[in-house]
Design a protein around this ligand. Structure first.
Ligand SMILES: Cc1cc2nc3c(=O)[nH]c(=O)nc-3n(C[C@H](O)[C@H](O)[C@H](O)COP(=O)(O)O)c2cc1C
Length: 167
């Protein structure tokens, strides 16, 4: 079984999970930025990681996966600024799966990721009160993903690989 870990990460949060997932896979495996991946055809399983952008998957992830993920085994790992447990986050996570509608989604792992200071400042100085509020959320995101969230991503990887290995 050959496994790909591919990810998009602007400020390094999702990359931390990608590294941990990759480290927890035994056997043939590749770790690549999504921009370097041409196709998923060579892989029996692909872990796909990305940050939430504008309440869903980033456009680059949508474009690539809508074209390439059909019929493939995938497991998703996602970071976001929103704290866990809110109804809004549930909606966002459901939306993040839309580009994988034709794939076989074996599992989804998500956790908070620090909102970059430059992004927070940009949002706070916007005229839109909703965006300002979002920018002020940075305080509750600092330090994420933390060590336990990164470790859980490793456990997630092991459980998904075991699921695929057992058929
Ligand atoms: C352009 C942009 C849009 C974002 N939109 C959202 C959002 O809608 N919801 C959310 O929870 N976080 C949002 N975030 C925060 C990121 O998802 C979060 O900080 C993530 O951990 C960044 O991951 P990365 O370091 O791998 O890029 C946004 C960040 C950026 C840069």
């Amino acid at each position: 079984m050959r496994i790909l870990v591919t990810y998009m990460s602007l400020s390094g949060n999702t990359r931390k999970l990608a590294d941990m997932i990759y480290a927890n896979i035994d056997g043939p495996k590749d770790l690549r930025e999504l921009s370097e991946v041409q196709s998923l055809d060579a892989y029996d399983l692909t872990f796909v990681g990305f940050p939430v952008h504008q309440f869903g998957a980033p456009a680059a992830v949508k474009d690539f996966m809508e074209r390439n993920a059909k019929g493939k085994n995938v497991a998703l790992f996602v970071t976001h600024a929103m704290p866990p447990g809110t109804d809004m986050l549930k909606g966002i996570m459901a939306k993040c799966q839309a580009p994988f509608a034709q794939a076989r989604v074996l599992g989804v792992y998500d956790c908070q990721g620090e909102l970059a200071e430059s992004v927070a400042q940009h949002l706070i100085s916007s005229p839109d009160p909703q965006l300002q509020e979002f920018g002020r959320m940075r305080a509750v995101t600092i330090g994420h993903p933390d060590a336990s969230e990164v470790a859980s991503a490793g456990e997630f990887a092991r459980s998904i690989v075991a699921m695929v290995s057992s058929g």
